[in-house]
Design a binder for this molecule. Structure first.
Ligand SMILES: [Zn+2]
Length: 259
């Protein structure tokens, strides 16, 4: 958690703004998806249209993250030397397009084909697959902003690492990662018992994930939600390790959410 009020506000505003970009992507991709003919879903046609939309939104996500990093750093590390100039993020470079095209093929074309083969009517198959296509699209857009924060951190001598900040309703996987503390090289801080779980880079973001990274410039303080997740991890996984611990935490997290 940021040390300053301005830093905390910047993180929250950034997470919400990236969430709004994600919502726009989902709406746009679903609109496009619904206009397709399920029986003529050849990859190049529809996925080229989606990729063009993603390229635009990726620029927005990256620009937002660039501003966030600058504002957050100004609030949290006012005495730090100015950032060295960085090349503009490559929003339209090939590697992300290849990864996104693969995601679209798996969540889109292949899923629809599988559902139709399984007996679903073509229109129903299209409806069923849509949310998956939209969630994958959103991840490939948010990746652009997340990459800006990570590259900025790595190039910034004043940055010590980063924390995972969840949205208001994270899944158990994200809650677990967030509870582990701050990531950095060396590892900055781990909540006591979470330190015994399998090491992860903390940079995993699934389709539909609303998490963002918050840079750490000073002392590490877990966000309140992450402190709760860490406490829940300690009570729910007592005496357990590995997969059994993760399953116990998942059940406890689900129960806490229902309650
Ligand atoms: Zn998440």
């Amino acid at each position: 958690m940021a040390a300053t009020t301005a830093g905390r506000a910047a993180t929250t505003a950034h997470r919400l703004a990236q969430g709004r970009i994600s919502a726009r992507v989902v709406a746009e991709v679903l609109g496009l998806w619904r206009s397709l003919d399920p029986l003529r879903l050849t990859d190049p046609g529809w996925s080229a249209q989606v990729l063009a939309a993603l390229a635009r939104h990726r620029e927005d996500s990256a620009a937002l993250a660039t501003r966030y990093y600058r504002d957050f750093r100004r609030a949290e590390a006012p005495a730090a030397a100015p950032l060295p100039p960085r090349p503009a993020p490559a929003g339209t470079s090939a590697p992300w397009r290849n990864r996104a095209a693969t995601s679209l093929r798996v969540t889109g074309t292949r899923t629809v084909a599988r559902l139709i083969l399984g007996g679903l009517a073509p229109e129903a198959a299209l409806d069923r697959a849509g949310p998956g296509v939209a969630a994958a699209s959103s991840r490939h857009v948010l990746e652009s902003g997340r990459a800006v924060v990570q590259t900025s951190l790595r190039a910034d001598p004043a940055a010590r690492g980063w924390l995972r900040v969840t949205d208001g309703d994270p899944c158990a996987f994200c809650a677990m990662l967030a509870s582990r503390g701050a990531f950095g090289t060396p590892v900055l801080y781990r909540s006591e018992r979470s330190a015994t779980t399998t090491a992860a880079t903390g940079e995993e973001y699934h389709d539909g994930c609303g998490c963002q990274a918050e840079p750490v410039f000073g002392r590490v303080v877990l966000p309140e939600a992450s402190q709760r997740f860490a406490a829940l991890w300690e009570t729910s996984t007592e005496g357990l390790s590995g997969k059994a611990a993760r399953n116990a935490f998942r059940r406890a997290h689900a129960a806490a959410h229902r309650g």
